[in-house]
Design a protein around this ligand. Structure first.
Ligand SMILES: [Zn+2]
Length: 185
């Protein structure tokens, strides 16, 4: 899909908010357990990406591997490129902690761990992390969802989201988004 097409579709899907200057995404929204909703946009056959990452690439430039796109305005639904900045996942998490958005029990220990996927289930639950390898094992396991949920200490909903490859795909390492390694396809 050519960038000009993507850009014109992108520009149909937000409205500028005059007070904050935020560009409020009005297109489809990606809802992930424990995360605030964020805009998403189709960028190719069966591929969707976070709208604000696409905004950054359309208006600012390429996002180097492993970097997160973060919001100066702390409004995850905003896609205004001038409100976005690049940071590491650790920057993003520090920023969240500073702004009081990180929840207790998310299991984050202050160090970026490149092979780890964090599921914040919205409740205090220290056992809410899976590694890429564990996610792959879950994908290929023939155990029932309830057993996998017990075995890995995550909710059935998380197991189901990994199992249903219709809606989720595991990204290769180094291609992480701001705060999750899974993207809808
Ligand atoms: Zn904004």
């Amino acid at each position: 899909m050519r960038n000009s097409t993507l850009k014109s579709r992108f520009e149909d899907k937000f409205i500028p908010e005059p007070n904050s200057g935020c560009w409020i995404w009005t297109g489809a929204v990606w809802n992930t357990t424990g995360h605030v909703p964020r805009g998403k946009i189709v960028v190719g056959r069966k591929v969707q990406r976070l709208a604000y990452r696409v905004a950054y690439e359309l208006y600012v430039g390429k996002i180097a591997k492993g970097l997160s796109v973060c919001h100066k305005c702390d409004n995850p639904i905003c896609v205004n490129p001038s409100h976005l900045f690049l940071g590491t996942s650790a920057d993003n998490m520090r920023d969240k902690v500073r702004k009081g958005r990180a929840k207790a029990g998310s299991g984050y220990n202050g160090k970026p761990r490149s092979d780890q996927i964090t599921y914040n289930q919205g409740e205090a639950n220290g056992r809410s992390q899976l590694t890429n390898n564990q996610a792959k094992l879950i994908l290929t396991s023939s155990l029932p969802v309830s057993k996998l949920s017990e075995k890995y200490g995550v909710s059935r909903r998380v197991i189901n989201s990994i199992k249903s490859r219709r809606s989720w795909k595991l990204l290769s390492s180094g291609d992480q988004t701001c705060d999750t390694r899974f993207v809808p396809i």
